[in-house]
Design a protein. Structure first.
Length: 219
């Protein structure tokens, strides 16, 4: 299963901070977006989450399989709490950023993948997480989403990106290796692996959206 990085302790801590992103950094413009086609030809748009996206994100999480929810949140969460929704729908690159991969269906957007990073502390490092809807796994979405998070964290001036992976998640571990992450045993135990990457990504490897975010990253 392509179930991506769990809802780590760093994210749980961040959800309880009550940070007002607007007081820490410039917000990401809604106009930033990256559009491409999946291997089967489906057009997909990757864009920052907006304040009005709460219902779309809830529908996305409710549609995940039990396994995908567990891998993402460390428990089989049925939906996002109000605190999570508030955090995920406000973007400030030096604090926390959420990206949504959406397709257009029946006159509206449908979320098929979601990823976030949260600076902890800025600019030393950030913790990231991502998940792809079960029917859309193995279409390259996870790779595209994680690369974009890496590029946007770099544009925000963050020096290192990290995430926790269940040791049983072989597909994710292989993806991390392919993206140049270093893998090490997690201090919490053998059931977890810590993936780490220094944010020295060449700008030419980043999408137009990620490069454009550099101008809004430091407010």
């Amino acid at each position: 299963m392509w179930s991506f990085l769990p809802f780590s302790r760093t994210w749980k801590q961040a959800m309880g901070l009550g940070l007002d992103a607007s007081t820490h950094a410039s917000r990401l413009p809604d106009a930033l977006r990256d559009t491409w086609r999946l291997r089967d030809g489906t057009p997909v748009t990757l864009r920052p989450a907006r304040e009005c996206d709460g219902a779309l994100m809830q529908e996305f999480v409710r549609g995940l399989s039990m396994e995908s929810r567990y891998h993402r949140f460390f428990y089989p969460a049925h939906e996002l709490t109000p605190t999570m929704l508030d955090r995920f729908t406000h973007n400030a690159p030096t604090v926390a950023t959420t990206l949504l991969a959406v397709i257009h269906r029946q006159g509206g957007d449908v979320v098929i993948a979601m990823g976030q990073y949260v600076a902890d502390p800025y600019p030393d490092r950030c913790d990231f997480a991502a998940v792809v809807a079960d029917p859309w796994q193995r279409h390259g979405l996870g790779t595209r989403l994680i690369r974009s998070l890496v590029c946007m964290a770099r544009a925000a001036g963050i020096e290192r990106i990290e995430g926790d992976i269940l040791a049983e998640n072989g597909a994710m571990l292989r993806l991390m290796q392919g993206l140049g992450f270093n893998l090490a045993r997690h201090p919490d135990g053998a059931y977890l692996v810590r993936a780490t990457k220094a944010l020295d990504v060449p700008a030419w490897k980043c999408s137009t959206m990620a490069r454009a975010s550099a101008g809004t990253a430091i407010g």
